[in-house]
Design a protein around this ligand. Sequence first.
Ligand code: NAD
Length: 473
Amino acid sequence: MTKEYDLVVLGGGTGGYVAAIRAAQLGMQVAIVEANKLGGTCLHRGCIPSKALLRSAEVFKQSKEAKEFGVDVKDVTLNFSAVQKRKNGIVNTLHQGVQGLMKKGKIDVFEGFGRILGPSIFSPMPGTISIEYANGDENTMIVPKNVLIATGSKPRTLPGLEIDGKYVLTSDEALEMNELPHSIIIVGGGVIGIEWASMLADFGVEVTVLEYLDQILPTEDEAIAREAKRLLKKKGVKIHTGAKVISDSLKTGETVEIKAEMKKGEKIFQAEKMLVSVGREANSDNIGLQNTDIQTEKGYIQTNEFYQTKESHIYAIGDVIGGMQLAHVASHEGIIAVEHMANQNPTPLDYTKIASCIYSNPEAASVGLTEKQALEQGYEIKVGKFSFKAIGKALVHGDSDGFVKIIADKKTEDILGIHMIGPHVTDMISEAGLAMVLDATPWEIAGTVHPHPSLSEIMGEAALAVDGNQIHG
Ligand code: NAD
């Protein structure tokens, strides 16, 4: 069977399915080829399930601390299978939602593994996609005018740290745990490592983080990473930075044991399980790139600003092209790619104005340059910082740790970066993102009347603090 399409999307994750919907809106005949489940990593193995677990951990912790609010709660216990059931329910609801959207957009979904067979003089039919089905059914061939590769990424590990799914896990396996371990070593203190450290500590697990660099959350502003470390330590997480894990020293049995080279010599760490969160790698193997002129670097597909590869009708977006490996980035890249195919003249993304979020407790979020990056790029800066301690709503909320930091260019007043740690900052960062997209100055943020009492007042105060004019601090 051979079918023809205007667009075939390889990978039905957040990047791929959003692109497919936009293409259908633009009148294209679209198909998605998905090897697992529509919704991809974000919906099934990433953002959504992990945030559902984080929320349960937060409720568990808050229930234990309810006395502070004058609420006596007796015998707070955790029913982890109910936690998992809730998580799976949320994922299933959203999965059905995505399937419904495909039907609405009349997008054909092929549940199999897609490969590009061309263009190449060796391919049987230039531009053809073959689909291999897990149940051994015969290959289907589809012929698209355009292809969008949105195959995402998978967790990477270190040589010697074999993921056995029992003792040594990535976030993929950790999400499916039936019960919580008493203790865990987390290798890698980046976004995944810190979200899991926070969640597991709130669930009552003994957590040790081993981070290779001198700073956890190395891509965040130093002040944010320092505050995150302080607050995680306060909840009992043991954090070792500058810890070079000797991966071939791994021993598994009753427990997991690993050595790490520390500043003061080697140290042995032991726990019931280990989570490896040292980054992700592109899913670009085995999808037929060898049949094309598409170029990769360390597995990541190279594209131009409209996500076109060296084959002008084959585009690639999302984690498989590297850069900011975030669901919201992938979906915006997908929309731009599809609009470019449809000659809609889209504006390229400005990656310096895209917010990123860490859903630990406390949350952290940022957009733009860190203080260090701004100085390295030669800017003369001024910095406004304001603490949640002086925000009434934060005290009412019972969570006043953290702050907002705004970095501005002394000469032009342009905002260079906004960094936050504290309650609900993953929601509040959107104001910062919008301010940057609209080229607002701190003065304009401060002049925006923020409702009282609200957590968002901290934005106005931090903006005033850029020139030392904050009211409550
Ligand atoms: P990451 O790159 O954020 O962090 C990996 C960490 O591991 C780094 O701090 C690195 O220094 C450390 N590391 C590397 N080798 C090590 C070693 N040998 N020993 C000890 N530490 C080592 O990667 P991640 O946390 O695995 O996340 C992967 C991707 O998924 C990231 O791009 C992230 O942005 C994305 N993600 C985003 C969210 C979110 O938006 N909230 C959540 C989860 C994941």
